[in-house]
Design a protein around this ligand. Sequence first.
Ligand code: AMP
Length: 276
Amino acid sequence: MVVKILKTTDELIAYRDTLEGQVGFVPTMGALHSGHLSLIERSVMGNDHTIVSIFVNPTQFLAGEDLDKYPRKDEADIKICSIAKVDALFMPNPNDIYLSDDEIIIKAPKIFGYTLEGYFRPTHFDGVVRVVLKLLNLANPNRAYFGKKDAQQLAVIQKMVRELFMRVEIIPCDIVRDTNGLALSSRNVYLTPPQIEQALLISKSLKRASKDVMSGITDTDTIKDKILSTINVLRVEYVAIVDREFNTLEKIEVGNTIILIAAYVGTTRLIDNIWI
Ligand code: AMP
């Protein structure tokens, strides 16, 4: 099956109007890997139709970030979507998504939007909610699939959907890792082999933290210190231990804890997390 390519918002709306039954939607920035594919597969399994979008959203990048060099692999992505039995691939231009007189602004909430990722990338989540709201309105899916890899993004989107009474079910999907543990990310292509070795310290430290919790350590400062000592060769932005609402925890609460790391390997910024 060859995936149908939709370039404009009008094409997507017209296509959506032809669909009957349940529609699943997977928004991405492309350079698809097995992490994206796991979301796509869940959507294909769980719905009558699946729409994937590929849009490198300029409003979620800060000045000086990698917007211009963000990996783009349209041809490979089209093949992957065809093989995965995606029905339609929406690949708009920024001018289609952001109208020249675009004025209505939605802002990310404070606690999710301006702590951790939002603190180090202020306005990032404003761009995320702005684009995801537009994409969900266009695709009008029954379900939309998001990775736990971007845990804070997932929380922001769940809050948006709740507050705006949007009629879409947000489906959180587990983090997909390489066999060596590295969380898959489109940005991993920036890493040299020695940098991959360094990057592995992040997932190793998270796995070890999870083992420490299982062995009875619940004090979050102790867990954090152990993580920091494992990843101290990296330029660490944060190690955080929060509950599912992103409130800082003093003690681990099994079933309600996320341990998150953001760190640079060379000039590449990586994030990873583990749900406890
Ligand atoms: P991106 O293209 O990076 O914007 O990601 C698109 C979607 O794929 C987001 O919901 C991500 O959280 C999700 N995603 C990215 N990497 C992974 C991964 N390794 N495992 C699971 N989901 C992922």
